[in-house]
Design a protein around this ligand. Structure first.
Ligand SMILES: Cc1ncc(COP(=O)(O)O)c(C=O)c1O
Length: 367
């Protein structure tokens, strides 16, 4: 049996009859850059995230950068984030002119460890970015308390956690603002590049809206030096359709995770993901941990099962950040994750038979 890591064609087949006329509609209305389709999606996505505002931008990376700039982050500042995230989180910090400060993650959730956050704060710290990795919200309450104590802003990187909740609060609604990626493979994915920022802060929202449109609230009246960070109309139209399916697709992912869990939980040598109390995980990625990871992945591939690693090198050990001077061994949990994790196939359209096959092969390989 062949089990691909992701199957975007299967998803497209389900929604094709709605997406194709919607794209024609965008052309008929020439609503290409920003415009009514983006505005409609922003309204619906804000509601979905239990937020007052959603601001559509060009990508998740751009969402993070725009949010940091709007929060006033500038050269000389420090921004704290997790060592085991996709590099975009740190790139946005760097391109806002600030220095990323990495901290280790919790052994059970793989998300930012609040204890280490407090220890990393200096008088240059401006913002903390907890990343809701793999589909699970980070420990937000301790981070919010630390931020309040030190007068810092908190920005959620919710790029992998559309619709995830923690004590009934949706990702993107918990801190000062939340950033989302709609990269095609995400739980809510565009047909190209797109991202959004959510917030309940009216002032921050107004600044971000102006900034993403050349610093203008009225055409050609520029109150600030901004940027062109608008979402394109096709993406707004596609995302608005797909948003209707997101609850159903999320339930399917959760059912698949439950099946994997049931089949793999008792197997010595395989550690399944854990869900923190009060959290609803949306399983953007289903990552297990095992020894001899690379051999296990190779053996899975020989049996037709594609798998991935998110991520093989934690950010503090990436060449791009060598000048920050971090050392091997500094963040042991992130380093163990990088060495031991395997992401198994996870998407709504997976079948029970495919999951059973993946689990069976995996148990046989990790004997
Ligand atoms: C945690 C995280 N942050 C940021 C991003 C960047 O999003 P984009 O690829 O849309 O720029 C991603 C996307 O892969 C991500 O997973």
């Amino acid at each position: 049996m062949q089990v691909p890591f992701l199957d975007l064609k299967a998803q497209y087949a389900q929604i094709k009859d709605q997406v194709q006329p919607a794209l024609i509609d965008v052309m008929e209305n020439t609503a290409f850059a920003g415009g009514s389709f983006v505005a409609e999606f922003e309204k619906n996505f804000a509601d979905y995230c239990q937020c007052k505002h959603a601001i559509g931008v060009g990508s998740g990376t751009e969402a993070l950068w725009v949010a940091l700039v709007a929060m006033g982050v500038k050269p000389g500042d420090e921004v704290i984030t997790a060592a085991n995230t996709f590099i975009a989180t740190a790139e946005a910090i760097s391109f806002a002119g600030a220095t990323p400060v990495f901290v280790d993650v919790e052994e059970h959730s793989y998300n930012l460890d609040p204890v280490q956050v407090e220890a990393a704060i200096t008088d240059k710290t401006k913002v903390i970015i907890p990343v809701h990795l793999y589909g699970q919200i980070a420990s937000m309450d301790p981070v919010l308390a630390i931020a309040k104590k030190h007068g810092l802003r908190v920005l959620e990187d919710a790029s992998q956690s559309h619709g995830a909740t923690s004590s009934e609060r949706r990702a993107g609604s918990i801190a000062d603002a939340g950033c989302f990626s709609f990269y095609p493979g995400k739980n809510l994915g565009a047909y190209g590049e797109a991202g959004a920022i959510t917030t309940n802060d009216d002032e921050l929202a107004a600044t971000m809206r102006r900034f993403r449109d050349h610093g203008q609230a009225k055409k050609y009246y520029h109150d600030m030096v901004g940027w062109n960070a608008r979402m394109d109309g096709f993406q707004g139209a596609v995302l608005d359709i797909k948003l209707n399916y997101l609850p159903e697709w999320t339930k399917a992912r959760q059912a698949h995770a439950a099946q994997y869990n049931q089949l793999l939980a008792e197997h010595a040598g395989i550690q399944i993901p854990s869900v923190s109390a009060g959290n609803e995980h949306v399983y953007h990625i289903y990552a297990i941990r095992t020894q001899n990871r690379d051999q296990v992945m190779q053996a899975l591939a020989e049996k037709g099962v594609a798998s991935g690693i998110h991520y093989p090198i934690p950010l503090h050990l990436q060449t791009a950040y060598a000048d920050l001077g971090y050392k091997q061994g500094q963040f042991p949990v992130a380093e163990r994750c990088a060495a031991e994790q395997i992401s198994l196939p996870m998407y709504a359209e997976l079948t029970e038979a495919q999951i059973a096959y993946v689990a069976e092969q995996l148990k046989y390989i990790v004997a």
